[in-house]
Design a protein around this ligand. Structure first.
Ligand code: UDP
Length: 313
């Protein structure tokens, strides 16, 4: 198969590219390196089945891809709170105009389109764990709205194409993911804590540290994305992809401390407005429709991620 991936030099996408190439398929990737990096795809670039185009998706001329395409993964977007707050307009555009262009292309090619949505569409959720039917509790003009409302708009665009053009869309609501190649500067909790622990610096807990997240190791997530793209499904299926192993931010800090044998202190810092209090995916639908669930336990995933950060620090 030939697969097109927008945002192909990012943390999750670079693993997705490698997985798809390892399955013997051909991949075309587009990225403008706004948050992705060439380092992430340096091995993939050596593979003749990978064609990389450095370009902004908003101005990319999709008609230059003449050959058939079976699957489009529309993944391009800043995704960490620090990055989307740094690039708010680009984030809104990648998920609105960018989604429309990817949908037009997938429709013309009669390809499956997988849209990378997010657990952020649930906002600060009032339903726990989060089930796909829940519409969310989102501040439409808060500091996170450039991301969560952009993704909600992207979902609306996808479903409109399903209804009006019968585009073969599947929507992945991706929950917190961690692993090698997380960007050291994007401020995510797992990468921050590992780097702080390895450098023997204080570990920064925002707020009380009682807020929760559920962390999925990247190789598990990639298998979920691939299953979503390749299983027989109805158009417009929306599926949570994440690991339901919920923990508080203090707990993850202590796990990182134990895994790095670090003596770093935990210090408290101010928490952002609209930082969700709890988050945990209900993955019943993924289990039933995709036969997928995560298998990498947090201790194993942290060990691999810590080994990666040791090589780059
Ligand atoms: N967080 C923290 N210390 C850090 C970075 C993040 O306590 O150095 C908290 C943050 O306030 C949030 C959680 O960890 O409650 C997850 O943050 P992250 O930026 O990884 O992703 P989010 O789930 O908020 O998109």
């Amino acid at each position: 198969m030939h697969i097109l991936i927008t945002g192909s030099a990012g943390f999750i996408t670079s693993h997705l590219v490698e997985y798809i190439l390892s399955q013997g398929h051909t991949v075309t990737g587009i990225d403008n390196y706004i948050t992705g990096s060439e380092k992430n795809i340096k091995d993939a670039l050596k593979n003749p089945s990978f064609r990389f185009i450095e370009h902004d998706i908003l101005t990319f001329d999709y008609s230059t891809i003449a050959e058939p395409v079976d699957i489009v993964f529309h993944m391009a977007s800043p995704a960490s709170p620090i990055q989307y707050k740094k690039h708010p307009i680009e984030t809104l555009q990648a998920n609105s105009v960018g989604t429309k262009q990817a949908l037009d292309f997938a429709t013309e090619k009669n390809a499956v389109l997988v849209y990378a949505s997010t657990s952020e569409v649930y906002g600060d959720p009032l339903v726990h764990p989060q089930v796909e039917w829940y519409w969310g509790n989102v501040n439409p003009n808060g500091v996170r709205s450039c991301y969560d409302e952009a993704k909600r708009f992207g979902e609306a665009m996808c479903m409109t194409y399903v209804r009006t053009k019968k585009t073969k869309v599947r929507i992945a609501r991706i929950f917190n993911t961690y692993g090698p190649r997380m960007d050291i500067n994007d401020g995510r909790v797992v990468s921050n804590f590992i780097v702080q622990a390895l450098k023997k610096e204080p570990i920064t807990i925002y707020g009380t540290g009682e807020q929760t997240r559920s962390f999925c190791y990247v190789s598990d997530l990639v298998l979920g994305l691939w299953a979503l793209a390749t299983k027989e499904l109805n158009a417009g299926e929306v599926i949570n992809l994440g690991n339901p192993n919920e923990m508080t931010i203090k707990e993850i800090a202590n796990k990182v401390r134990a895994a790095t044998e670090s003596t770093s202190d935990l210090i408290q810092k101010a928490i952002d407005l609209d930082d969700p209090l709890k988050r945990k995916p209900d993955i019943s639908k993924a289990k039933e429709l995709l036969g997928w669930e995560p298998t990498v336990v947090i201790e194993e995933g942290l060990r691999k991620t810590i080994d990666y950060f040791k090589t780059i620090l």
